[in-house]
Design a protein around this ligand. Structure first.
Ligand SMILES: NC(=O)c1ccc[n+]([C@@H]2O[C@H](COP(=O)([O-])OP(=O)(O)OC[C@H]3O[C@@H](n4cnc5c(N)ncnc54)[C@H](O)[C@@H]3O)[C@@H](O)[C@H]2O)c1
Length: 351
């Protein structure tokens, strides 16, 4: 069996989760190198996780013949550039969320993967929770009836120090605030469970942090399947709360887990049915890496490939466009729309 050679670009916080997950799959892969523009970080991570090489130049890592998979753990602004360089060099790419900063970048990444005939996967680890798998099964089998109402709450607390890191809180480098970098998990759940959004009407503001990007936002959503919903998103809420509620004609289901049906007998039937769905063996980044290796070995798609990762970017961009223009936004966002490109958000930052 082939042992996949792994390189990790970006040796900061989340790189540790990637390294641990790759190492936990040592029957399939070998962790070879780290690259970080801060060489000291790359070296520390290499020593911590037993990789033999470290670089300050990500291209030096990408050029290695013994590396066939690159994990991208840098800030959002260079995901597209690094992923495209790796794909063009014939590597498979697992990129952290958010996939990139704009639809233009997402389309370039997808095109590069197609041209190189390599895989691109986007890290959305909440897709591997038992709640997600149960919700997906309920929806796929029509067990909730028609979906009518959806609520997503993505409230986080982030300190002033959190935003002192050079790339955070900027339109240029973080490419957004609470919506793009935190609620993006909920946006991914919404599009993957409920489906594509047709119209968005949003508001946002900066309330508690000295940053350029929003630390609170709210949005009204209308889905193509006619369900309607709300999203609230913040990094300034003292009482952290992460919740997704799907309300269907036949019952309501929430994450954290709760299932309620007005018809008690139907609820018991559903509970029995759900109990047969196998619980995931792995969670978090372990599950994402395991899924990516499955896709590599079988020549299949990972759970969240480039096209899937693009969907939450489009929703985030639509939320920003609506909040900036003060108008409701109809999706899809076309390549002729200024908001297809990152510059529209950067221009907003410049006033
Ligand atoms: N999936 C999750 O739940 C999760 C959690 C945290 C962070 N993330 C994502 O991971 C990414 C990184 O976040 P983090 O918290 O680890 O950030 P971090 O600041 O801790 O680490 C980023 C590292 O990338 C390096 N870097 C930047 N540009 C580079 C370049 N061109 N070449 C090489 N190295 C470069 C920096 O020097 C830094 O060490 C972000 O996209 C973030 O949204 C995901």
């Amino acid at each position: 069996m082939q042992a996949w050679g792994i390189g990790i670009i970006g040796a900061g916080g989340i790189a540790g989760a990637h390294a641990s997950a790759w190492l936990a799959h040592s029957e399939d892969c070998r962790l070879i190198a780290f690259a970080d523009r801060d060489t000291r970080r790359a070296q520390e991570r290499a020593e911590q996780f037993g990789a033999d090489y470290w670089y300050d130049d990500p291209l030096a890592l990408i050029e290695r013949d013994d590396i066939n998979v690159v994990s991208i753990c840098t800030p959002p602004f260079n995901h597209a550039e690094l992923a495209t360089a790796a794909l063009e060099a014939g590597k498979n790419v697992l990129v952290e969320k958010p996939m990139c900063c704009s639809l233009e970048e997402a389309d370039k990444m997808i095109a590069a993967a197609q041209k190189a005939e390599r895989l691109i996967g986007v890290v959305f680890q909440w897709r591997f929770t038992v709640e997600f798998l149960r919700m997906r099964a309920l929806i796929e089998e029509g067990k909730l009836g028609r979906l009518l109402l959806v609520q997503a709450i993505s409230n986080w607390w982030r300190t002033l120090d959190y935003y002192k890191v050079w790339w955070r809180g900027t339109w240029e480098k973080e490419c957004g605030g609470s919506v793009m970098n935190h609620a993006i998990h909920h946006l991914d759940l919404l599009v993957s469970l409920v489906g594509d959004v047709e119209r968005v009407c949003a508001e946002m503001g900066i309330y508690c942090h000295p940053i350029e990007t929003e630390d609170a936002a709210s949005a009204l959503l209308r889905f193509r399947n006619r369900a309607i919903g709300v999203l609230v998103s913040s990094t300034a809420v003292h009482m952290e709360e992460h919740r997704l509620c799907l309300h269907g004609e036949l019952g309501s289901v929430t994450m954290p887990w709760r299932l309620v049906c007005a018809d008690a007998r139907y609820q018991s039937e559903l509970e029995e049915w759900l109990a047969k769905i196998p619980r995931p063996e792995l969670g978090g980044h372990m599950a994402v890496v395991s899924d990516f290796l499955r896709a590599l070995k079988k020549g299949e798609k990972p759970s969240c490939d480039g096209l899937e990762g693009r969907r939450s970017i489009e929703l985030a961009v639509a939320i920003y466009k609506s909040a900036i223009t003060g108008e409701s936004v109809t999706l899809p966002i076309s390549p002729y729309d200024p908001f297809y490109r990152k510059e529209a958000l950067m221009n907003y930052a410049r006033g």
